[in-house]
Write a protein that binds this ligand. Sequence first.
Ligand code: FES
Length: 104
Amino acid sequence: MQTLDRKLDIQPLSRADMTIQLNGQPVSVANGETVLSVLNAVGLRQVARNDHAQLSGAFCGMGVCHCCLVSINGRPKRRACQTVVQPGMQVETLSNRFDGQEAP
Ligand code: FES
């Protein structure tokens, strides 16, 4: 399977330390970066669907707004901006088990 292209990094990733799965596709990541950093690097801006089925994306970047909620390792509503990547992590965007909506 092809690794997702990190075409929007401010600086090119100098060394990939591990791979995570983003919506079922592998993406190379570095130790210490957040899930939000990875989402931004691959160009995913609208990542969350709230309880009212509205799309949202990261707003504050510091854990306050809850606009960056994604599913991580099967656990819904994890803040991408506050979660550091781990080897083999599974991240799903546009998922919210409480809204009753299917992801587009
Ligand atoms: S961007 Fe605001 S909580 Fe993550």
